[in-house]
Design a binder for this molecule. Structure first.
Ligand code: 5RP
Length: 274
């Protein structure tokens, strides 16, 4: 891999642990003002110090992230469909590579929709982006998206989609955690990060997801709603970091989450210093 590509990728996947905690805040590109991401800056700012990278569109980057921030950006460059439209899978490339380079991104991201009527179009999008990524030294993250068909998230389908993404040249792949996830990892020769998916019932469920995913070979998470739709997003991302970077167990993460919650509550913090 070329020096620039390696350098950019190592800003996201930290060489110290070989892992990453990416914060996904790109939901608005097809979901509009998603619950708790209505005002992106308010959601993003407190989480930035604990994010190894953030995944967002150019619109959110320009309006809601301080350009003086050092956080690596994974720029979502695909889109063209919405939750109220006919199909979520009809995506094109919406942001030029020139723009991505001007925005000094660490990587670009797009969705592929394997097994849908837009499979060919979205895989062609990936091929084009990888060619440009190789030209400019910018890694490409392929997201094995499932649109509204959440039930597609099994090892057979995700294994197929991840492998196709890697064969076309994606430098890393974002997919879902599933039963037999180790099989998905085995068949994918590039690093995998897992999405959180829709908000799970409890924090514990999200800790379990992150723990299982990294135990079975993911290099980390690219998590959104399970962090910022939590009542305590900062405590949540800090606990997820403990799992991903420091090998905390699910139980340790839960205990740390409770501690981080208390530390983050000004009233309690004051009480504790008395
Ligand atoms: C959509 C995406 C989102 O970034 C992704 O779903 C991650 O966020 P969450 O953890 O909320 O699912 O890539 O295609």
């Amino acid at each position: 891999m070329d020096w620039g590509l390696q350098n950019r990728l190592s800003r996201i996947i930290k060489p110290e642990t070989g892992r990453t905690v990416m914060l996904a805040v790109d939901h608005g590109y097809f979901m509009g003002p998603t619950h708790k991401l209505e005002e992106p800056r308010k959601t993003i700012e407190p989480l930035l110090p604990y994010s190894d990278a953030i995944m967002c569109t150019r619109g959110v980057l320009r309006t809601s992230v301080n350009p003086k921030s050092h956080v690596p950006i994974v720029l979502r460059v695909s889109g063209g469909a919405s939750v109220v439209g006919e199909s979520l899978t009809n995506e094109t490339i919406t942001t030029s590579f020139r723009e991505a380079v001007r925005l000094n991104v660490a990587a670009v991201a797009l969705s592929i929709f394997v097994g849908t009527p837009h499979e060919h179009q979205t895989l062609k999008n990936l091929g084009r982006l990888v060619n440009l990524g190789e030209d400019y030294g910018v890694p490409v993250l392929a997201v094995t998206a499932v649109g509204k068909e959440l039930e597609k998230r099994d090892a057979r389908y995700l294994g197929l989609a991840c492998r196709i993404a890697a064969e076309i040249g994606a430098h890393f792949v974002k997919t879902y955690y599933c039963e037999d996830f180790a099989k998905v990892v085995k068949g994918c020769p590039v690093p995998l990060v897992v999405a959180g998916g829709p908000k799970l019932e409890t924090e514990l469920d999200a800790f379990e997801l992150a723990h299982e995913a990294v135990s079975e070979g993911a290099v980390g998470v690219d998590m959104g709603r399970n962090i910022w739709q939590s009542e305590h997003p900062v405590a949540m991302i800090k606990a997820i970091r403990e799992i991903v970077h420091n090998g905390a167990s699910v139980r340790e993460a839960q205990r740390l989450y409770e501690d981080f919650k208390k530390a983050g509550s000004p009233l309690l913090a004051k009480t504790q210093t008395r």
